[in-house]
Design a protein around this ligand. Structure first.
Ligand SMILES: [Zn+2]
Length: 409
């Protein structure tokens, strides 16, 4: 499946005739150079010049207080299993907060030569606690839809009347639409799409993340929610790190001076170094196409660029007074007990208090192999149906807490 997906990724990225409404890239938002409309092209150049000029005028951008962007997530579901649980939505918000604040632990993977260029965007995200009319909300809109593959249908997803979901005030909220993007088994390929500040409307400003790549999930290449990070990068004006030129060459650039020029994109998890255009390539950048576990950084100038775009083109987000849903501060520090113990095919986990925190539940066998893994909202009690396990001792791990359980099938 993965290889099929990657093949389609490449094909659809580099054949300009393919309709953008059928985006099928691993982490491809927009391909600006494929916009043949001169009006759009002019708007893009004007945008890039304005951002560059502002950046050259001074570094006032970073002198203001930290920014928190209110988010509304539209979950568009056709089958009940596509109506994902809140925990997965929280996991996407957490991933954005880690990566846009250089708090991701895997930042240490950055090769030494690029460590001095690592940036911190200093931008926070939260689920909105107020809707556009000021009414209380959890920042999640759940919409059943008759449209299959809605995430690949840009002419429908943004409109409630067409089976999608209308945006909340795009000047005050970052809208994230989530939906399946397949119409037939085996055709799942698209992972994300974003509007750019120069080619959006009030209706479609925001990002789309395909369900398969949304939040923490069990996929092979996009399991960590970094498709969302990449797309928010586009939403804040960043281009792909190789410059999007078609056919690929060393002539085009992403407009960012501290990301070395590179010929083309990378996928999977490449070895270090990767070289092209006479440079070692910063393939571990969020704006390349590598697997989630291998994209770990923004550069300093990318961070400055995004903050400048925010100030110039999305000032409503900076000045938004929308309140945030409270995010649990220590989601993975959760003591618990297990009963019954010994158990057979079902265990019940008991947590003290009435917390509602997102977290992974992992079960290891005596050899240290993971035999069960699931992401839950941890509440006062959870019942887990176990897979078929051999008799013996197992270890249930949640965050820093580990408890033993004996299984007698
Ligand atoms: Zn992209």
């Amino acid at each position: 499946m993965k290889k099929i997906a990657l093949t389609l990724v490449i094909l659809s990225c580099f054949f300009p005739g393919i309709n953008l409404s059928a985006q099928t890239h691993k982490v491809c938002g927009n391909m600006p150079d494929f916009d043949t409309s001169s009006a759009i092209s002019e708007r893009r150049h004007a945008f890039e010049n304005a951002v560059k000029q502002t950046m050259q005028q001074g570094n006032w951008i970073f002198s203001r207080s930290p920014v928190t962007i209110p988010v509304v997530v539209h979950i568009l579901w056709n089958k009940p299993e596509e109506n994902v649980e809140d925990a997965r939505i929280w996991s996407q918000i957490e991933r954005l907060n880690l990566d846009f604040n250089a708090q991701n632990l895997d930042l240490e993977q950055v090769p030494d030569e690029f460590k001095p260029l690592m940036g911190n965007a200093g931008i926070q995200f939260c689920l909105a606690a107020q809707d556009p009319d000021g009414r209380p909300t959890n920042g999640i809109v759940r919409v059943p839809t008759e449209v299959r593959g809605i995430a690949g249908k840009l002419d429908q997803i943004y409109y409630s009347a067409l089976g999608g979901s209308d945006a909340w005030d795009t000047e005050r909220y970052l809208n994230i639409w989530v939906g399946d993007n397949t119409t037939d088994p085996g055709t799942a390929t698209a992972t994300g799409y974003s509007s750019f500040p120069w080619n959006e409307t009030q209706a479609n400003s925001g990002i789309i993340i395909s369900l398969a790549a949304f939040g923490k999930n069990t996929s092979e290449s996009w399991s960590m929610g970094r498709v969302g990070v990449h797309e928010v990068g586009h939403y804040l004006g960043l281009r792909h790190i190789w410059g999007d030129d078609s056919p690929p060459s060393c002539n085009d650039d992403d407009g960012i001076s501290d990301t070395p020029s590179q010929f083309f994109f990378h996928f999977d998890c490449p070895d270090t170094p990767q070289q092209s255009c006479g440079n070692s390539n910063m393939y571990m950048n969020y704006m390349d196409y590598v697997d989630d576990q291998c994209m770990v950084m923004f550069s300093q100038e990318q961070c400055q660029w995004m903050n400048t775009v925010l100030a110039l083109y999305r000032p409503g987000l900076l000045n938004s007074t929308v309140q945030c849903v409270q995010n649990p501060e220590e989601p993975l520090n959760t003591p618990f007990s297990i009963f019954p113990n010994p158990a057979s095919r079902q265990i019940h986990l008991n947590f003290p208090g009435t917390v509602a925190e997102p977290g992974d539940i992992l079960i290891y066998n005596a050899l240290g192999h993971i035999v069960f893994r699931k992401f839950f909202i941890l509440r006062s009690g959870i019942t887990i149906d176990l897979p078929e396990l051999a008799s013996g001792m197992y270890f249930v791990k949640i965050g820093k807490s580990i408890e033993k359980v004996i299984i007698h099938p």
